[in-house]
Write a protein that binds this ligand. Structure first.
Ligand code: IDP
Ligand code: MG
Length: 155
């Protein structure tokens, strides 16, 4: 079976969120992610429009923290209005990246994970957890299309 027909061979979206950029964590985060031995097949710095943020976090639109979450992803809270978007590819990419990212709540994340090391909970209640990582295959495919044009992925 060729690599690309193998269902464990996946692409996953990573976003270094505005707090990650503001705290100069890009190098540390990329170093941690390189432990996965996955390949980077896409990378771009971009501003996040309200529409893009709302689309990305569509599944959370009913949550009380949603308005704050949208401002957070847009960088309005950190006065750093951009993110670094990456696509990682390889065997079990989604699970490997999620494992190094750590749990959503930085207080519950393994202390050595990216979120456990660098995340925090703000007084307004948003989990500032420095990175996004797709959580399943359907989500990964939807999100990669949202953040990248097909010709920006070099697989
Ligand atoms: P994930 O980022 O681990 O996939 P999601 O449930 O998809 O978690 O939530 C997206 C983002 O929304 C989280 O990364 C975090 O920034 C924020 N968030 C999720 N749940 C909560 C919560 O209960 N309180 C505050 N912020 C949350
Ligand atoms: Mg999620």
């Amino acid at each position: 079976m060729s690599k690309k027909n193998d269902s464990s061979f996946q692409q996953t979206l990573v976003l270094i969120k505005p707090d990650g950029l503001k705290k100069s964590l890009t190098g540390n985060i990329l170093t941690r992610l390189s432990e996965t031995k996955l390949n980077i097949v896409g990378a771009r710095v971009t501003k996040v429009s309200r529409k893009l943020a709302e689309n990305h976090y569509y599944h959370l639109r009913e949550k009380p923290f949603y308005p704050e979450l949208i401002l957070y992803l847009q960088g309005k809270i950190h006065k750093k209005e951009k993110i670094l978007a990456l696509v990682y590819e390889g065997k079990n990419a989604i699970k490997k990246v999620r494992q190094i990212a750590g749990a959503t709540n930085p207080e519950e994340a393994t202390p050595t994970s990216i979120r456990g090391s660098y995340g925090r909970i703000t007084t307004k209640g948003v989990y500032e957890n420095v990175i996004h990582a797709s959580s399943n295959e359907k989500e990964a495919q939807r999100e990669i299309k949202l953040w990248f044009k097909p010709n920006e992925i070099i697989s």
